[in-house]
Design a protein around this ligand. Sequence first.
Ligand code: ZN
Length: 355
Amino acid sequence: MSKKGATDGFREVSASGSHFQIGETLGKQCRDQAIRMEKQFKEAISAVPGWSVDKMISYSRKSLPLSKRFYPEYIEELEGYARGSGVKFEVLYAMSCDAPIGRGKGCTDLVANGEWTKDDCVYAAHNEDVSPGSINEITIARIKPKDEPGYLGMNYGGIWPTAGMNAAGISLTGNALVPNDTRQGIPKIIPCRKVLRETGIYQALMASMPEGRGHSFNNIVTDANGEIFSMEGSATTFDALYGEEGWLVHTNHYLSPRMWKFEENMHTRFSSIVRYNRAKKLFKKELGNVDIASFHRIFSDHVGYPESICRHPDAALAKDEQTRSIFSVVFNLTEKVAWVCYGNPCEGAYKKYEF
Ligand SMILES: [Zn+2]
């Protein structure tokens, strides 16, 4: 196993077998990331007034039965990961839950089906905008459970998928939202993982929005037929935005009028508004000729800098408030390949990864 330095691009890991075995393998290969993320999690939660690590653990424990009922196999992966990494399961599960910290910072997504692409393939693409330091915690993971199609994921610590595509041609990309109805329930990361086990769009949509969730991303679910759904969820409800024209753009605010009342504070969404409109305008010009270069151009855009589509740390903000595009990924669902750019798209190149 080689441990790549930060300048070499992302670490690649692979794991197969039972879900417990997968978790254990990932835990061993990503032990350093798990330990760093545990440390950051503990520091961050301790800094929130009224919260502590112990309080977060006991709070999160209450949603465990719901998570087990929804997708027990992922809990087994976390149990294996605890053994492999040496980080306690109760801490890992608390880290998986939606703590009152690290509110989703950004992300811009573009999807186009074969009607609009140069090679008639379906593409789902995503810029990951988070704390600059998080670049060290990403791995490109190839996961093949014995009872699922297997997926290629952009995973934090090898185990928490933020974007991925599976062998059945289903992708999960998406954006952080800040709903005002969060509650104790299934953490928002578990639906992301479960979508990547599904072989059809109907099952994948169900997996993306379980009843009893405590929070939600905007989960963009796309299949190789070119079905595109932007599942704008809050904790208690959702709207399914369909890519009726065969393409779709999403950032970090609710677009559906049905969901507007769940926006916690629209006054914090200016970057999202700029990125959404800018991406839509640029994408329209590419429609009919969309290829990897189109995504590279749009994801490198600096209008609205530094909180632009290609985001850079704002020197005027405190370090823990800063956001950077730490990677960009383009999934080709037709040919089942991923193109990944390490770091800001304006500075990097997209490299091809096969299953
Ligand atoms: Zn840039």
